[in-house]
Each structure stands twice: as structure tokens, then as C-alpha cells.
Design a protein around this ligand. Structure first.
Ligand SMILES: [Zn+2]
Ligand SMILES: [Zn+2]
Length: 345
């Protein structure tokens, strides 16, 4: 699956910012590469004898299941590995069973693209022990570019609740919602990360209280019914607040649904004290995600406009554009075209 990374043409390179000067306050600031290495060298350099040892150790597939998998045609192997019940952690675990299965997983187009272009998303899923969805769901999410909540129409920062579509020159299609909410695999814009009630996860204590269940029962519940993340210690939010423990973060809408199904009060699911931009739990399960565009086939991480420096709701300095969107934005708003670099801010 060949795809190139989207880049601005040379004459625009200075106007596109890959990141803003301040840290994102999310998992982007955590050193996932070292905290969660995806070390394949033991398999890449392993011998047939080592494979025998690995087969004996395998608890995920079992010897019979493994042998069966290896004898099936590639297409069927792909179908099995993409089964909805094989979450990403299980897929990565299966991958470690033998060199042959590793080669099969590595040739899965969905896995290949994600592993090649955004391995930190896989590292984060491993580190946060997220088991609520499979690789297909993640891949399909990366093939979208719009915020799943507001369609890129919300202000990129918290103090302006006014939606963008009040503006006749609709710029939403140019934008990239660059945040991935890992608990339920949803693409979000930065505004919805800090403002959406549904993206303020609940602690295990809150869930236990809301569902009238012991903490042990809550933790034993199915990850698909109550999606959760096991937070990685580190510094989060723009204020770099420190999180020392590995607290659980539960998906609030899922708890709400469980309350509804049990006929319990939903009151305990309503967020009461929410510090928005300073809320660690709102940032600890969020990571930057590229857009896998199909036409043309590029991996687009998006850019901020270096010339937009104000808090203007339409052209806010935090607005992230797709590569193509920024080219149009620079041409139309700043009058920058090839051969004309007389910028208008
Ligand atoms: Zn949004
Ligand atoms: Zn601009």
C-alpha cells in the first residue's frame, strides 16, 4: 500500500507549521517510543528452534489454531485477522506467535499503513491497554478527516462556543480534525476534545457509584460494553499537570447507556466539575492522527497557518488545515500563489 506523506510545495513551506510552539498536552508529549517499544528484533532474528519455543508459549491462538491459520490462503487469513472480535492488542499479540504469522499480520494493508505512518497510535493503544475495537475500525477512522462531533465547525479553542458555520465562507472542508480519542476511536477537533461532555472520561469510582457495582465488577466488565483506557503517567494539558498513577478512564456515554439499560439515574453521569483545558483525563487518551486520503493517496498530518496569529474565530491560529486546505487558504486569504509571495495577513 503505497502512500506518500503530504507536503506543501516549496514556495509555501515557510507558511505551514507542523506543530505550534507550545506542547499539545496530550499523549503526543509522552515518550511512547521508549515507554512502549514495538521490538520485533527477537522475531526477525529468530530461528526455527526459537519459533518452536514461541509456539509453546503462545496462549492467544493455541498450537492447533496457529497451524490452521498458517495453512489457510492469505485472503482467508486476512479475513480472520480483521474479525471484529480480534482487537488491536490481540492482533499484536498474535503477531508475536511466529515469524510466519508475523509476516501475515505485517502484510495486512490496514496494519501496514498504520505501522508505517503512525506507529505511536499503536504504541498508545498498547500502553493504555485499549481493547474496544479492531484494526479495521482504527483504519476507517484514519480515512476520515472531519470531527465526528461537529464536522470541523467548532472553534478550535474553548472560550468561543460560536460555531463556524455562522460564517458564510465555510472553511470546515479545509480543516483537519487532528485528534484521535483512543477510548472509542473517534476523530475529534481540538475544540471538542476540551468542550464535549462525552469526551470527559469517568473514573472507576464514578462508574462504580453510577452503576451501583463494586469496583471489581466494573473492572471485570466487557471492554466493548464499557470502553476504557489505563492512563499512562506523565504530564498532560497545556498547564503540564502531572498524572502519577495509572488511573482508569471510562467512556462516559457508555456508562450513561449502561445506567439507562439498568433503569438507574443518569444524574451521576453528568459532568459536574470540569476544568476543560486543565482537565488531565480529557487529554490522557488523545493523540494526534493523520488523515489517510485516498484521492490522492497521501498521508496528511495537516498544518497550521503561520500567518494567522489571532484568536479570530474563523482564522484562529490553532486551526489545523489539510495540506490542500492550507494551499487554498493561503491563496484566498493571504493572496499567496506561486510567483506571488506578497503576503496579506
Ligand atoms: Zn469538533
Ligand atoms: Zn492564515
Amino acid at each position: 500500500m503505497d502512500a506518500t506523506v503530504a507536503e506543501l510545495p516549496d514556495y509555501l513551506a515557510e507558511y505551514g507549521l507542523v506543530t505550534l510552539s507550545n506542547a499539545s498536552g496530550t499523549l503526543d508529549d509522552i515518550d511512547l517510543e521508549h515507554q512502549c517499544p514495538m521490538d520485533d528484533s527477537h522475531l526477525a532474528n529468530s530461528t526455527a528452534a526459537d519459533d518452536d519455543d514461541l509456539q509453546e508459549d503462545s496462549s492467544q491462538v493455541g498450537e492447533a489454531g496457529q497451524s490452521l491459520l498458517e495453512t489457510l490462503p492469505l485472503e482467508l487469513r486476512f479475513m480472520i485477522l480483521l474479525d471484529i472480535d480480534i482487537d488491536i492488542l490481540a492482533l499484536i499479540s498474535i503477531r508475536g506467535v511466529s515469524r510466519s504469522i508475523m509476516a501475515t499480520v505485517d502484510s495486512l494493508p490496514e496494519y501496514q499503513m498504520i505501522r508505517m505512518h503512525c506507529p505511536n497510535i499503536l504504541r498508545a493503544i498498547i500502553a493504555l491497554d485499549i481493547r474496544a475495537y479492531n484494526i479495521s475500525i482504527l483504519y476507517e477512522t484514519l480515512r476520515t478527516k472531519d470531527c465526528s462531533v461537529c464536522g470541523n465547525r467548532h472553534h478550535p479553542f474553548y472560550w468561543e462556543p460560536a460555531p463556524y458555520d455562522a460564517n458564510p465562507g465555510d472553511v470546515a472542508p479545509r480543516r483537519l480534525a487532528s485528534c484521535l480519542y483512543l477510548i472509542t476511536c473517534q476523530r475529534l477537533c481540538s475544540g471538542c476534545v476540551i468542550r464535549g461532555d462525552d469526551y470527559f472520561p469517568m473514573s472507576v469510582y464514578q462508574v462504580s457509584k453510577a452503576l451501583h457495582l463494586s469496583i471489581a465488577r466494573v473492572l471485570a466488565s466487557c471492554d466493548r460494553t464499557l470502553p476504557r483506557a489505563h492512563m499512562v503517567p506523565g504530564h498532560y494539558t497545556h498547564q503540564h499537570k502531572q498524572a502519577r498513577s495509572r488511573a482508569f478512564l471510562f467512556d462516559r456515554p457508555a456508562v450513561r447507556r449502561a445506567c439507562q439499560a439498568a433503569g438507574l439515574s443518569l444524574e451521576l453521569c453528568v459532568p459536574r466539575r470540569d476544568m476543560r483545558t486543565a482537565e488531565v483525563s480529557r487529554h490522557a487518551a488523545v493523540i494526534s492522527a493523520p488523515y489517510f486520503s485516498t484521492r490522492p493517496q497521501v498521508v496528511d498530518w495537516g498544518f497550521h497557518c503561520a500567518l494567522c496569529t489571532t484568536n479570530d474565530p474563523v482564522n484562529h491560529f490553532r486551526t489545523r488545515y489539510t495540506c490542500h486546505g492550507l494551499i487554498n487558504h493561503l491563496r484566498e486569504l493571504h493572496n499567496i500563489t506561486e510567483g506571488n509571495n506578497d503576503k496579506e495577513t
